[in-house]
Ligand binder design. Structure first.
Ligand SMILES: Nc1ncnc2c1ncn2[C@@H]1O[C@H](COP(=O)(O)OP(=O)(O)OP(=O)(O)O)[C@@H](O)[C@H]1O
Ligand SMILES: [Mg+2]
Length: 267
């Protein structure tokens, strides 16, 4: 078993990538938002995606699960192509049904939780497994209860989201994403809408997931979390991914002038 963070990152990169994005370009109107972005995430790898506001982090994450489409480039999830671009620069996606199937391998957690307000905590967790995966209600409930135990919220199962704290809502959102049994979890600033005293409980839940070797791509401003939990740091600025390096190396000596400036500002 690899023991150091570096060895783990190398071992992860050596197996088939869970996420492979190559040469991603995206513009909104005429504004280029992603410029030739490439990133590979290995099995069990935790990648922290960091960078200034407006650098394209959320857009990149959203492209990986088809909440946004790319203009050019290649995306594969667990070796299955989602989008590719031919020599003439024409980008094509696989069929809608295939897109849905491939994107089901990823679960996403958003900054603002996005829970269904009219459903209880338990109902939030069983909805997609029943509707999308056709799971029987009893089984969906049994699994949801295990997940609620895991995030420490079994007692809240019959509450509506409005009655929960921000940290509790976010843990429900994580459990809801896990209820679809994804192989990869994408997080977009999961703690930045929370009061500081509530971020710890969400980060603990994420740390536990990382320890179970969940593959995770986490957009975050939590440098402590990135340093302690992530194997790899990817730094974006102005639509470009400027460096992707083992976390210890990145925090020890960032390789790019703009990463250094960003870290000085953040730490
Ligand atoms: N739907 C959209 N239509 C037009 N422009 C958009 C859209 N979404 C994002 N943008 C623009 O794309 C750029 C990148 O935005 P994005 O949200 O990806 O940045 P970010 O790195 O996630 O920033 P933050 O740290 O503030 O969340 C910004 O200039 C933003 O204004
Ligand atoms: Mg964002």
């Amino acid at each position: 078993m690899p023991s150091t963070t570096n060895e783990r990152a190398c071992a992860a990169a050596a197996s088939q990538p869970m996420i492979e994005a190559r040469g991603i370009h995206k513009t909104f109107g005429r504004v280029p938002v992603l410029r030739n972005v490439s990133l590979t995430v290995g099995q069990g790898e935790v990648v922290a995606l960091i960078g200034p506001s407006g650098s394209g982090k959320s857009t990149f994450l959203r492209c990986l699960n088809h909440l946004e489409t790319i203009d050019r480039g290649f995306i594969a999830i667990e070796g299955e192509a989602l989008a590719q671009t031919d020599a003439a620069g024409n980008c094509t996606y696989v069929s809608e049904a295939e897109v849905r199937r491939i994107c089901r391998k990823t679960g996403m957690v958003f900054q603002h939780f996005n829970l269904f307000p009219h459903l209880t905590v338990l109902e939030n967790l069983i909805e997609a497994p029943m509707v999308v995966r056709g799971m029987a209600r009893d089984e969906a409930i049994a699994r949801a209860e295990v997940l609620l135990d895991k995030v420490g919220l079994r007692a809240k199962r019959d509450n509506y989201p409005a009655r929960l704290s921000g940290g509790q809502k976010q843990r429900v959102a994580i459990a809801r994403a896990l209820a679809m049994e994804p192989d990869i979890m994408l997080f977009d600033e999961p703690t930045s809408a929370l009061d500081p005293e509530l971020t710890g409980e969400v980060l603990r839940t994420m740390r536990a997931l990382a320890q179970e070797r969940m593959t995770m791509l986490v957009v975050t401003h939590e440098m402590g979390f990135a340093r302690e939990v992530a194997h790899t740091v990817a730094f974006m600025d102005q639509g470009e991914l400027l460096e992707t390096r083992p976390a210890a190396e990145f925090f020890g000596s960032p390789g790019h002038e703009r990463s250094r400036a960003f870290l000085n500002h953040m730490l």
